[in-house]
Design a protein around this ligand. Structure first.
Ligand code: NAG
Ligand code: NAG
Ligand code: NAG
Length: 256
């Protein structure tokens, strides 16, 4: 079964190559809520930097505007917003000529004095998620109350709370409150299912066909029946897709 192992290796290599076609939008500092006049840097992380991308956003006033076009400053591989305002609240994403290539991120800017820091990037089901309640003026953390769907869930003297082993039941609208300072805006935490590998397989016909021709060639050379190895390849792909179908991710969403 030396050939079956080789085939597995080829499938793995092709899947790894496929993942580089995706980009990830990251936000620094890592938060989905900001105070007005905060500095925010957004960046599209991809392995092939020559592909070319633009950062776009939808706000309540304008749709699909590009970084540098009335907002933000394109700075190398990132887009910096030096003084963010409430009108910068909206959904941000990276786009190539072919269309959207990244996750979408909701940013909420508040004129108030309390924010809830929840993860900007998707978090896998089963991971721990830490929520931090911050004031604009106090550098150290103050005691905070955390709410889910309008009901108090926890009071934390440290100002942060960790949800362990996140599951679908943790889905909801979160906010926090610091006595004497006020309430943060609300953020959605949702559990979504992603079909990562299956999509990648669909988008990478080049790699799949390459590995099939290599294995076919090999088996012709060995005098084996090529249909056997083709069936093995198809089964392997199917099994991989099934394994990945159930992967769930937690994303933060924000209300305006
Ligand atoms: C942004 O706005 C455009 C035009 O209204 C809309 O087609 C698109 O779906 C919006 N994108 C997001 C991510 O909300
Ligand atoms: C943009 O932000 C990045 C990350 O903070 C920083 O390294 C870079 O110097 C900034 N560029 C400009 C032009 O502000
Ligand atoms: C962004 O916020 C809007 C409005 O609350 C919500 O409908 C949307 O699903 C959110 N998107 C993401 C990627 O969090």
């Amino acid at each position: 079964m030396k050939n079956a192992s080789l085939l597995w290796l080829l499938i793995l290599i092709s899947l790894l190559s496929c993942t580089t076609n995706q980009a990830r939008l990251t936000v620094s500092p890592s938060s989905s809520q900001f105070f007005i006049r905060d500095f925010v840097s957004l960046s599209c992380e991809e392995d092939d930097s020559s592909a070319g991308w633009t950062l776009r956003r939808n706000t309540s006033k304008q749709q699909r505007t590009q970084c540098g076009d009335g907002w933000g400053e394109a700075a190398g591989s990132s887009c910096n917003i030096s003084y963010i305002y409430t009108s910068d609240s909206g959904v941000y994403w990276c786009e190539s000529r072919e269309g959207p290539i990244s996750n979408m991120v909701n940013l909420t800017v508040t004129g108030g004095s309390v924010i809830l820091q929840s993860p900007v990037l998707p978090v896998m089901e089963g991971d721990d998620v830490t929520l931090l309640c911050k004031t604009k003026t106090t550098p150290s953390n103050l005691p905070a109350a955390f709410y889910k769907d309008g009901s108090l869930i926890r009071k934390q003297p440290t100002g942060h709370m960790t949800i362990q082993h996140v599951s679908r039941s943790d889905e909801g609208l979160y906010k926090c409150d610091i006595s004497g300072h006020g309430e943060s805006p609300s953020s959605w935490i949702t559990v979504t299912v992603i079909r990562l590998v299956c999509h990648l397989v669909v988008f990478c016909p080049y790699f799949i066909s390459t590995l099939l021709s290599v294995s076919l060639y090999q088996h012709r050379a060995n005098g084996n029946d090529p249909t056997v190895i083709l069936a093995t390849a198809a089964n392997a792909e199917q099994r991989m897709c099934e394994d990945y179908d159930d992967i769930a991710a937690v994303t933060s969403e924000h209300q305006f």
